[in-house]
Design a protein around this ligand. Structure first.
Ligand code: ADP
Ligand code: ASP
Ligand code: MG
Length: 452
């Protein structure tokens, strides 16, 4: 009964996000057009064309390092690329001219940026141009193809607060108002990644953030589903960049997907699952180049048991804190945690022994100050360049096949193991140099010859 009522109040709307590769070529843009050209009402979130954000980051770095000539050369090269795209994509003369004017204005703006002093705000302004370009060009292309697509500027409704979390209330109020005021359409297009900060300056949701935009938008309009369209057929059981013969997983729970995203599965920005989980909106991962394949459905349901997938997160720092006394005294852990709390540094893994505690952090911005404080009452060892390998599934800890993972210990030196913290996750800490071997070994011991 309650479920039915919830369903009744959901907008009949989907949110579809297309990543860099999906809008990265004329051929792929045409495929995206075919995917969205049905009669369902939808908000389409677009990334920048693949390669553009990296190119913009490089331009920003040139400006930062005072290599203005290089920055200007790269701005020109990128401009030529866009001129070629619009020439190939748009055969309607009037529409092409309109887009040319817009594209020229973006590149003139970038030239102005190249003459300014570098700052975080300048970087934010520069990297925002990729999504502004892709959405403008793609909306006009859809119009040329006879589709009534309307561009809703993300900066009119996407905002983060002082702690860099999405300002849900503001986003919901503004997005719903903007949709109400816009001309009726089945296709609203908006930019992924970019937003305003709490002070009204241009900001972003960090690299890969368009996925996060999609679920934030999905929650704001109470969408019936969020679809993340990318260049692979769903969440694979291991990182396909490093391991051969991985396969897509058909179903994941919100918790499982959140762990995989947080621990490095690049297909999803680390925060993507949170807004969807809170609003109970299913998220489907789909392949733009193969729309018929099932993909991965992320929902509240748990399906299957045992280890389903493995992901790895780099740039981890391990800190071993030995008590100055022989044993970990009462209150020792409290003192340790208070220091990390003071420097707003979150801890990912933790293990203890009688005399020491080992933990990991991924944000080492305040490491020096943290170490100074820890050394007042303990001996500290730091290992950088570590990777967390995370094994995720339903009831993994209890599953009868889970013991296979320990065979990896005969091939790789494992620095820490976190087992039993939750029923759905086991984490290993290895030296980053051993990561790929560890991923391959785990794949062999856990998945080879085992049907998923
Ligand atoms: P997009 O530009 O569409 O956002 P991304 O490059 O950010 O695409 O994410 C898709 C890529 O993520 C895949 O091409 C794949 O190489 C990589 N990837 C890493 N881990 C996984 C995984 N477990 N499952 C699927 N893809 C993964
Ligand atoms: N264009 C941004 C990036 O490359 C955001 C995204 O693609 O999700 O990081
Ligand atoms: Mg991505």
């Amino acid at each position: 009964m309650i479920l039915n009522l919830q369903h009744k109040y959901k907008y009949k709307m989907k949110v579809l996000k297309f990543g860099g590769t999906s809008v990265g070529s004329i051929a792929n843009m045409k495929m995206v057009k075919d995917i969205i050209a049905d009669n369902e009402k939808k908000i389409v979130v677009l990334s920048a064309m693949s390669g553009t954000t990296n190119a913009l980051v490089e331009i920003s770095n040139f400006i930062k390092n005072d290599h203005i000539e290089n920055a200007n050369q790269n701005i020109e090269a990128l401009h030529h690329k866009y001129v070629a795209v619009i020439n190939d994509l748009l055969d309607d003369e009037a529409l092409r001219q309109d887009v040319e004017i817009y594209v020229d204005s973006v590149f003139s703006f970038l030239k102005i940026c190249a003459s300014e002093n570098h700052s975080q705000l300048l970087y934010n302004k520069i990297v925002a141009q990729g999504e502004l370009l892709s959405t403008y060009i793609f909306t006009v292309y859809l119009n040329q193809e006879g589709l009534n697509a309307i561009l809703l500027p993300a900066l009119d409704f996407m905002r983060i607060d002082k702690t860099n979390d999405p300002d849900d209330f503001y986003i919901k109020q503004n997005l719903q108002r903007i949709i109400k005021e816009a001309s009726p359409s089945n296709i609203y297009i908006t930019q992924g990644f970019i937003c305003l900060d709490a002070y009204g300056n241009i900001a972003n949701l960090q690299r890969g953030g368009s996925d996060y935009t999609a679920t934030i938008v999905g929650a704001a309009v109470n969408a019936e589903e969020v679809e993340i369209w990318t260049d692979i057929d769903g969440m694979h059981n291991n990182d396909p960049r490093f391991v051969e013969n991985t396969h897509a997983i058909s179903n994941l729970s919100f918790d499982e997907a959140a762990e995989l995203a947080y621990f490095g599965a690049k297909i999803l920005h680390p925060q993507t699952v949170m807004p969807a989980r809170e609003a109970n909106i299913p998220v489907r991962l789909k392949n733009t180049m193969d729309p018929a394949s099932y993909g991965t459905l992320i929902s509240i349901d748990f399906k299957g048991e045992g280890i389903k997938a493995i992901a790895a997160k780099d740039n981890i720092t391990a800190i071993k804190i030995k008590s100055a006394r022989m044993l970990l005294a009462h209150g020792f852990l409290k003192k340790v945690f208070e220091i990390f709390e003071k420097y707003e540094t979150s801890i990912d893994m933790i293990t203890t022994s009688e005399v020491a505690v080992s933990l990991t952090i991924d944000d080492d911005k305040n490491l020096v100050s943290i170490l100074e404080e820890l050394e007042k009452f303990s001996t500290v060892e730091v290992d950088k360049q570590q990777s967390i390998i995370c094994l995720v599934g339903h009831l993994v800890v209890r599953h009868h096949e889970t013991h296979r993972l320990f065979k990896v210990l005969q091939d790789i030196s494992v620095r820490m193991i976190s087992y039993g913290g939750s029923n759905n996750n086991i984490s290993l800490l290895v030296n980053t140099n051993d990561k790929i071997t560890a991923l391959k070994c785990l794949n062999h011991y856990i998945f080879d010859g085992v049907t998923a």
